[in-house]
Ligand binder design. Structure first.
Ligand code: S3P
Length: 165
C-alpha cells in the first residue's frame, strides 16, 4: 500500500484519525509534528519562539523527506502544504487525503488550546485568514477530500477506506 498522508487545518482531526486509520489498515503510524519535536529536541512552541517559523518549516520539510513511501499513515502539520516541494512530494509519493472541516467547528475544537503558536494572538482573525489562504492549497494537493464536519473519528476512518477502494 502507498503511504497515506492526512492533510488539513489545525483541529481537523489529522492526529486522531491517522492513529485509527493506521490501526485499521495495520500499517505504521507517523506524525510529522512529533518527528519535528524529536528532531529539534524541543516543543513546537519553543521552536517558533526561539528559532522562528522559517526554521520550523525547514525542519518540517526535512522530516517529510524521511517519511516512508509504503505501508504507513502519516499525519502532517496544518502548514505542510505551504511549501511547493512538500506538496509535490506528498502527491507523488503517496495518497493524499484532505480532512475538511468548517471553520466554525475548527474554532470550537481549538478552544482553550495553547499548543499552536500561530493561534496565540488574535485567534479568531488569525485562524480565519490562515484557513482561507490554505484551503486552495489543501485542495490542489489532495487526491481525496473527506468532510469531517460533525463526524466521529470512526466514521471518518470508514469513509476514507471506502473512498480509496
Ligand atoms: C501548524 C500546525 C500545527 C503545527 C504547527 C504549525 C500550521 O500542526 O505543525 O503549530 O501552520 O498550521 P497541527 O495541524 O497538527 O495542529
Amino acid at each position: 500500500m502507498n503511504a497515506i498522508y492526512l492533510i488539513g487545518f489545525m483541529g481537523a482531526g489529522k492526529t486522531s484519525v491517522s492513529r485509527k486509520l493506521a490501526e485499521a489498515l495495520t500499517v505504521t503510524h507517523f506524525d510529522t509534528d512529533l518527528e519535528i519535536v524529536e528532531a529539534a529536541g524541543k516543543s513546537i512552541n519553543d521552536i517558533f519562539a526561539s528559532d522562528g517559523e522559517a526554521k520550523f518549516r525547514e525542519i518540517e520539510s526535512a522530516v517529510l523527506k524521511t517519511m516512508p513511501q509504503y505501508d504507513a499513515v502519516i499525519a502532517t502539520g496544518g502548514g505542510v502544504v505551504l511549501a511547493e516541494e512538500n506538496r509535490r512530494q506528498m502527491r507523488s509519493n503517496g495518497t493524499v487525503i484532505f480532512l475538511y472541516a468548517e471553520i466554525g467547528e475548527i474554532l470550537q475544537r481549538l478552544e482553550g488550546d495553547h499548543s499552536r503558536p500561530l493561534l496565540h494572538e488574535n485567534k479568531l482573525e488569525a485562524a480565519q485568514s490562515l484557513y482561507s489562504s490554505r484551503l486552495p492549497l489543501y485542495r490542489q494537493t489532495a487526491h481525496y477530500e473527506i468532510d469531517t464536519t460533525s463526524k466521529s473519528v470512526s466514521e471518518i476512518v470508514k469513509e476514507i477506506i471506502v473512498s480509496m477502494n
